[in-house]
Ligand binder design. Structure first.
Ligand SMILES: NC(=O)c1ccc[n+]([C@@H]2O[C@H](COP(=O)([O-])OP(=O)(O)OC[C@H]3O[C@@H](n4cnc5c(N)ncnc54)[C@H](O)[C@@H]3O)[C@@H](O)[C@H]2O)c1
Length: 267
């Protein structure tokens, strides 16, 4: 055990995870806690926060919950202040919170445009800013932002979502250049389609009634984008999150990592 013990050991470190109440953020938080990190579990949904904290605690890990609305700068600043007050430092910031949107360009409302940009793009920007404030004096840290396969594949209806995720990817690359000299690494993951709360909107028809056929159509479309014929699970992204904040990735920054079933084409 010369290499692996150290490579993925997060003992004594502190991680802040947004969107930690569900999907990749939740499973990612559990994996980081299992690797030894103290985790600040942040989400807009307090019931979900409690569930994630309970799961981590039950498994013997350390976690504290904090409500955040990532679209609000003051709320994100509060989150990072909370983490530093509770645990003394921040070693990793995982900006996972995000929301879906699929509407053709001609039908997008200005309200929706502002809402999706506010959560997915500004929310990630605020997370990076707040984390940098805490990490710069430490001279160390790792930030991971979450984009999507959409950055490579122009799915119909995903203009607004795609703009936000392409923006997240560029934010990462620029911030990596700024942060690197201070010992801080910044990377993006660009997940492929993953079974999580994110696909809940496909479970119902336009009247809000359960619609298993609609879900089935969506799932088979998504599987068809992957040569493996699979949709992803949150754990597929959680392992990448672990890698990107762990000592194993000490030479890795400014990059985009794709656990996406090799998807190479829109449906
Ligand atoms: N699931 C997919 O197919 C998929 C694919 C590519 C990228 N992504 C991205 O992965 C990330 C995580 O998605 P997921 O699949 O785990 O989704 P999810 O819906 O299961 O979890 C997202 C979490 O973010 C929280 N959230 C929403 N708005 C928030 C806000 N304003 N402030 C704080 N928290 C907020 C939700 O309450 C939820 O707990 C998102 O950024 C998403 O865009 C998802």
């Amino acid at each position: 055990m010369t290499y692996l013990d150290k490579a993925f050991d997060l003992s004594g470190t502190v991680a802040v995870v947004t969107g930690a109440g569900s999907g990749m953020g939740r499973v990612g938080s559990e994996v980081l806690a299992e690797a030894g990190a103290k985790v600040v579990v942040a989400d807009i949904d307090t019931a979900r926060i409690d569930e994630t904290v309970a799961a981590i605690t039950a498994a013997g890990g350390t976690a504290k919950g904090k409500q955040v609305d990532v679209s609000q700068k003051a709320s994100v600043d509060d989150l990072v202040d909370f983490a530093v007050a509770e645990f003394g430092r921040i070693d990793s910031m995982l900006n996972v919170a995000g929301v879906p949107h699929n509407v053709d360009v001609v039908d997008v409302t200005e309200e929706d445009l502002d809402r999706i940009i506010g959560i997915n793009l500004k929310g990630t920007f605020f997370g990076c800013q707040a984390a940098m404030r805490a990490m710069l004096p430490q001279g160390s840290g790792a930030i991971v932002n979450v984009a999507s396969s959409i950055i490579d594949l122009p799915f119909q209806g995903y203009s607004v979502y795609g703009m936000t995720k392409a923006g997240v990817t560029m934010l990462t690359r620029v911030l990596a250049a700024e942060a690197g000299p201070h010992g801080i690494r910044v990377n993006t993951i660009a997940p492929g389609s993953t079974v999580s709360g994110f696909i809940d909107r496909h479970r119902f028809n336009d009247k809000g009634e359960p619609d298993p056929e609609r879900l089935e159509r969506y799932v088979s479309n998504m599987k068809a984008t992957s040569p493996l014929g699979l949709m992803g699970e949150p754990i597929d992204q959680a392992y990448l999150l672990l890698y990107l904040v762990a000592p194993a990735s000490k030479f890795v920054t400014g990059n985009t990592f794709r656990a996406n079933g090799g998807n190479a084409r829109p449906w």
